[in-house]
Write a protein that binds this ligand. Structure first.
Ligand code: FNR
Length: 393
């Protein structure tokens, strides 16, 4: 069985560090050496390759449900352009052979600052669904955030996951149900709860709807975490969901706090005043997110919103970010602008479609290796050394 180093050599990925002496400490391994990499995901050199494989393997409807966003998908484009615009400042003649990507969040050590963000219904992408994602996360030593709309029960995912899970809560209209759900997640071992606050209504997901009309996808795997929940029979307007609570306000944070024993993060903050209010309300962390451009089209790119939020928060609580992260340089830029870690959504869903668990671990391995390469080329050998001075302006 090939070792990780042999695999990377065969794909040319280690070409840039081939001057390492034979006895040098290898860069941290994202994938255990003994993990086989079957099929074609090992040929994927970047996230775009995995996206192309996912497009081949999924129905048009299933692919559109992952890749698409709201309306004209301008925010999806801006999320990417925001990263592309930022220029890095290389540093030379600094020994890069001992790179340490470890970072700590809420007392939990992460081997590198990339988490699998919450996305619903993994079984619509791969028959093994969230279990395959969890196995991929295991191999790549990453933390997974399980969605309220998971197609696998949290207790089953926890049995497979070797890293602590986080849980994402959509506050549901059946208010008592939320408490039961959070208690259930905590009992299963969830180490943090991310409450998504940017989805009072979802956006006009035209591409997703059109894809569904054309190819009628089937097999979303259900929503086992929502069993027993009451759904509304009549809603205020058809822009709102019958199950998700649209009327979630700041006064609910206290209520959420009252039964959440683990760190509580708000996911979907883009505005610095909202960030300040969140701190006043006692939340433990923020995720700067525009839901991957799936809700409010033409909302600001997350990487462009990040600096003013980081400035306002001023180190009081950790700030994380998601949206458009496709390269190790993107992870690096987010850290340089003050994020403690990043989350990815679509990339690992592409990996899952392309090759199940090995596809998910391939995505993480690519991002981690690219982050290590970026750190080596900028002379930053630890996460703590990544600050604004690595940016050109
Ligand atoms: C999501 N996202 C999401 N967010 C959330 O809080 N709960 C959820 O159930 C889902 N479901 C979901 C499904 C799919 C298919 C996608 C693509 C996204 C949003 C997700 O957590 C994250 O904010 C974005 O995906 C980040 O942007 P990128 O990495 O996809 O560009």
């Amino acid at each position: 069985m090939p070792t990780r180093r042999e695999i990377l050599m065969s794909t040319g990925a280690l070409a840039g560090v081939s001057m390492l002496p034979a006895n040098a400490k290898p860069l941290a391994s994202a994938v255990q050496d003994e993990v086989p990499i079957p099929g074609s995901v090992d040929k994927a050199l970047n996230i775009w390759d995995l996206k192309a494989m996912a497009r081949e393997r999924l129905t048009e409807g299933h692919f559109a449900a992952i890749a698409g966003g709201a309306a004209d998908e301008i925010t999806i484009r801006w999320n990417r352009e925001g990263f592309d615009k930022i220029r890095l400042r290389p540093k030379v003649l600094i020994d890069p052979t001992q790179i340490d990507t470890r970072t700590t969040l809420f007392g939990q050590e992460h081997a590198y600052p990339v988490l699998l963000g919450p996305t619903g219904g993994h079984r619509s992408t791969h028959p093994d669904g969230e279990l395959a994602t969890a196995r991929g996360a295991n191999h790549a030593n990453a933390t997974m955030v399980l969605s309220t709309f998971s197609s696998t029960a949290i207790e089953e995912v926890v049995q497979v996951a070797t890293n602590p899970l986080w849980f994402q809560l959509y506050v549901m209209r059946d208010r008592p149900f939320n408490r039961d759900l959070v208690l259930r997640a905590q009992a299963a071992g969830a180490k943090a709860v991310c409450v998504t606050v940017d989805t009072a209504t979802s956006g006009p997901r035209n591409r997703q709807t059109r894809g569904r009309q054309r190819s009628s996808p089937s097999g979303g795997g259900g929503q086992p975490l929502l069993q027993g929940m009451k759904r509304s029979t009549s809603v205020e307007s058809d822009i709102f969901s019958a199950s998700r609570e649209p009327n979630l306000t700041w006064k609910d944070i206290d209520w959420l706090r009252s039964f959440t024993q683990v760190p509580l993060l708000l996911k979907g903050i883009l505005d610095a005043e909202d960030a300040e209010r969140a701190i006043q309300e006692g939340v433990d962390g923020l995720i700067v997110s525009n839901h991957g451009g799936r809700n409010l089209d033409t909302s600001q790119a997350t990487i462009e919103a990040l600096p003013e939020i980081v400035e306002k928060v001023d180190g009081r609580i950790p700030v994380l970010i998601d949206g458009g992260i496709r390269r190790g340089t993107d992870v690096f830029k987010a850290l340089a602008l003050g994020a403690k870690a990043v989350l990815i959504g679509r990339p690992y869903r592409y990996g899952l479609a392309a090759g199940g668990a090995p596809g998910v671990s391939r995505v993480l391995e690519i991002l981690r290796r690219e982050l290590e390469m970026t750190m080596a080329s900028t002379g930053r050998t630890s996460i703590a050394q990544i600050d604004r001075s690595v940016l050109w302006s």
